[in-house]
Design a protein around this ligand. Structure first.
Ligand SMILES: *Cc1c(COP(=O)(O)O)cnc(C)c1O
Length: 442
């Protein structure tokens, strides 16, 4: 039985509980049926199709530059795995019912960049390369893009610079693809970025500038420096529609994978997706894409650290990117380096208002516990940021989620539900750092 005090805390306004760094479950009051908002969104389904077509055009080049993608014909994609042992462990350890099936989307294994950033970051580099090459007559739209791997093309791209602010993984995706094409690349790394990520980039000839401050400052500096150089292009994680479209392309491919495995998604077979959220681009783009494909049958939730819940405070306060976590007295610091962001993307925050189902927050200790749980049960390693997804799973019996299911008339079909924990990164983490993580140190 809950005592009076616990009960009153649960009823306190969500921002008050967020300020106290409590773990919360928040339902988005702005969500509407997809048919109602579809036409008014500032991004269209056709734009996602266009992004997918562009990735197809680049496939012959990707295959050439990154032989590990040959198996999948140059398409950078991940599989999903059923994780029944993890599901059983979560049910028992966290006393949650979690009905239905639990899948893990393996973006930790995406080729080239080893994280979800391989979707958006690489797409934006390719789009920029195409724009330049077509504009300058190096490439005809109908030509085989493998041509761009030739020395003449590399020399051409070598005149240009790409810059980006990053907590680590975005820098890796932009840096790996940018350098492979011959671009000069500068990554502005926030204080949260791990040393091994900087080392990896430097080994590829990428310039890494380090900042003692947080992510927003690194982005701001990068943006300023880039503006002063006419041959420089800035990948703007806080506002980029291009990044967003690269992430959104994940949805159509997931739909094909689910179909191949005969996993239905419809009104009575709801799909729940739990996405770790930093600035919002990756989870926002994926959510947008999934909504285009599955409409009201998909229910997307973001998960953020209790000390850096930037998207949650932007959406719950209605102030979007006009508010940052420090305004609430939170530190913005978390061991989930990919999620250490204090101010959300205004572009994504606005777009998510009618689409997102809700948010969860999780403490760092919880992320480490999930990381070990997954290793114990499935022998899979994920980086701490990626483990945030499991908070959505263990809160399946919370008062808020039960209320959500009632509102959507889903209580009676949850045995047929599919839950996807979106694993956003991990495969590039070096062995010694994995061991450190597993031993509980940072
Ligand atoms: C970047 C990142 C995220 C979140 O993506 P945003 O676009 O910043 O919201 C989640 N997990 C990992 C591992 C990441 O690197």
């Amino acid at each position: 039985m809950k005592n009076e005090r616990q009960y009153r805390r649960e009823k306190a306004p969500v921002l008050q509980r967020v300020r106290d760094a409590e773990e919360v479950v928040w339902l988005n009051p702005g969500k509407v049926p997809f048919a109602v908002c579809k036409e008014d969104l500032p991004v269209s389904g056709e734009e996602v199709d266009d992004a997918e077509a562009r990735l197809q055009r680049f496939a012959p080049l990707i295959m050439k530059l990154f032989p590990e993608t040959q198996e999948n014909l140059g398409i950078i994609e991940s599989d999903f795995t059923e994780i029944p042992a993890m599901q059983a462990l979560l049910r028992e350890k966290y006393h949650c019912s979690l009905p239905g099936r639990l899948l893990l989307k393996r973006d930790d294994q995406l080729p080239v960049a080893g994280s979800v950033k391989a979707r958006g970051g690489i797409y934006e580099v390719l789009k920029h390369a195409e724009d330049l090459a077509v504009e300058q007559g190096l490439l005809q739209p109908a030509e085989n893009y493998a041509k761009l791997a030739e020395p003449e093309s590399r020399a051409f791209f070598g005149q240009y610079r790409i810059q980006v602010g990053s907590t680590g993984n975005l820098g890796i995706s932009i840096g790996m693809m940018g350098a492979a094409l011959g671009f000069q690349v500068t990554v502005h790394m926030s204080a949260d970025a791990r040393q091994w990520k900087k080392d990896l980039l430097r080994s590829r000839g990428v310039e890494v500038l380090e900042y003692a401050s947080d992510y927003s400052t690194a982005v701001k500096r990068g943006r300023e420096l880039s503006q002063n150089d006419p041959k420089s292009y800035f990948v703007d994680d806080e506002n980029s529609k291009t990044l967003f479209l690269g992430y959104a392309a994940a949805a159509g491919r997931l739909a094909v994978q689910l179909k191949e495995r005969k996993i239905p998604v419809d009104e009575s077979h709801p799909l729940f997706v739990y996405l770790p959220c930093g600035v919002g681009g990756a989870p926002g783009g994926i959510t947008f894409g999934l909504k285009q494909v599955f409409g009201d049958a998909v229910h997307c939730f973001f998960v953020e650290p209790t000390q850096a819940p930037c998207m949650l405070i932007g959406m719950a306060s209605g102030r979007n990117h006009e508010i940052c976590v420090q305004d609430l007295g939170l530190t913005g610091k978390t061991l989930a380096d990919g999620l250490a962001v204090g101010r959300p993307s205004g572009f994504v925050g606005g777009l998510m208002k009618p689409l997102l189902s809700g948010e969860f927050t999780v403490q760092d200790a919880g992320l480490y516990a999930f990381m070990k749980d997954l290793m114990t049960s499935e022998h899979i390693f994920l980086e701490p940021s990626a483990c945030a997804a499991f908070q959505g799973c263990v809160k399946s019996d919370s008062r808020e989620i039960q209320e959500y299911l009632r509102c959507c008339h889903l209580q009676d079909c949850m045995d047929q539900a599919v839950h996807i924990a979106w694993a956003t990164g991990g495969s590039l983490v070096p062995e010694d750092i994995r061991a450190e993580y597993m031993n509980g140190c940072s």
